[in-house]
Each structure stands twice: as structure tokens, then as C-alpha cells.
Ligand binder design. Sequence first.
Ligand code: NDP
Length: 259
Amino acid sequence: YKRISTSLPYLGQFALVTGGTRGIGRAIVEKLFAGGASVALTYNSNDALATEVVNACLASAEKGVEQKAIALKVDVSSSAEATACIDQVIAAFGRVDILVNNAGVTKDGLLMRMSESDWDLVLDTNLKGVFHVTKAVIRPMMSQKRGKIINITSVVGLSGNPGQANYCASKAGVIGFTKSVAKEVASRGITVNCVAPGYIETDMTGKLTATQKEALMGLIPLKRGGTPADIANAVGFLASKEADYITGQTLIVDGGMTM
Ligand code: NDP
């Protein structure tokens, strides 16, 4: 081992994080930026919040370290918007070294009552969105012969969950997609992995009732809900040089809930 600086592991690198304004995505943006990367974050609706995240990043930049942060309004379920987004990021940064597909939604309900539009919304955002953004980024990444793609799936993509047939199908799909693309691009020095969070306290899980949260807590050996930073730390590892020999994997970060 050479003695190297580990405080800025992504220095000089360019990252794109989808859904980077809130919750897990925001923590990932902060982690990568704190590690020296320039970061483009996308969001779907909240312009003011996106500006706030960008300004907070830029204000936190260390003196002497040149970093950029930009926000782009993109609905990842739209092929045209995803492609235009990557074009803009390439125009601003010149390259994308790290892509984190984090944007995701839930629209829960039992299958008997699940409408086609609830199915489509979740699959189009969580799975097709990953397809659109990854497809748009893969060509430039392949020509630079280097890249890290990290997809945020979920433990329920492995286990299933009543009331979430659409969400679980989308997250299981992301795992299959990850393994396939990992095999396609490995020869170009690109790794593709998933992080599967368990129960993380964000706006998404804020919708759960107190009883549901209590039941979940009883299933977690480490006896606490996860934080967005717990997930960002795992993403940060997979985005780092230290994870160069890991591809096609799903790293579960759930306090032991599903072991
Ligand atoms: P939040 O609901 O807190 O944030 C979701 C983010 O995704 C927001 O930035 C939102 O932007 C963005 N977004 C939503 N729809 C779209 C879209 N169509 N196009 C672009 N961006 C979009 O979610 P979490 O932080 O909780 O979740 C992040 C990821 O982690 C998701 O993929 C989720 O499925 C996964 N996950 C979460 C778990 C948890 O316990 N919280 C557990 C397992 C997985 P805007 O604010 O502008 O709408």
C-alpha cells in the first residue's frame, strides 16, 4: 500500500446523482462533493431546494480545491429529458466519472387495487429512469475507459413486500439490469453495482404510520433506522478506487434487517 491522501478520494472527478435534492440523494451529493468531486444533481420538481443544495455544496468547498456543483431539472422517466441532461452535464463537466441512479418513488397499494398508472409511475421512474440515464452516460464512459455506476435499489427488491408489487418489481429489475450492464462494460474499466438500503429515515418513509415504523424497528438487529449518510457512505466506497475489483454486486445496508 502506498501512503495516499484519503480525505479527497474523488478529487478531479465528475459525478452525476439523480434525485439529489432530498434524503439519500442529497447525502450522496454531499459525500461526493466533500470528497473532492464536482457534482451535477438532478431533481424533479423543487427548484428552490435544488438551488439550496448547490449553494450549500459550493459554500463547503475547501479553499484551493476547484469544484463545480450544478442542478438540472429532469424527469428521469423521460428518455428525451434524460438524454438532454447528460448532454448538459458533458457540456459543463466534459465527462462523467461517477453516476448514481438514486431517483425513486413509491405508490403503494395491494395488487387487487393497484391501478395501471400507479404501476407505470413507479416502473417508469425507478427502472426505466435507470435505463434512460445509464444508456445516455454509457457511451462517453466507455470511450473514457473508466467509470463507476451505482444504482440505488432496495432490500424489498430482494425480499418482496406486500403492498409494494410495483416498487419491488422495479427494484428487482434494477438488480438484474445492474448485473447485465456490469458484464457488458467490465472490459472498459467500468464497474456497475447496487446499494440496497433497508429502512432509512427520509420523506419517502415519513409516509409510514407510527405502528409500521415500530414494526420495522423490531426487525433491525442494530436497533435503529438507517440515516441517508449510512447509504452515502456505502455509495462513496463503491465510487472509490478501493472498490475497483467489485462489480455486479448488491451491497445491503440495512442494520442487519434482512440477514
Ligand atoms: P425521497 O423521496 O426523499 O427523494 C426522492 C428524490 O428523487 C427527490 O430528489 C426527487 O426530486 C427525486 N425524484 C423523484 N421522482 C423523480 C423523477 N421522475 N425524475 C427525477 N427525480 C425524481 O427518497 P429517498 O431519499 O428515501 O430515496 C432515494 C432512493 O433510495 C430511491 O430510489 C428509493 O427507492 C431508495 N430507497 C429508499 C429507502 C428508504 O427507506 N428511504 C429504502 C430503500 C431504497 P424532487 O424532490 O424534485 O421531486
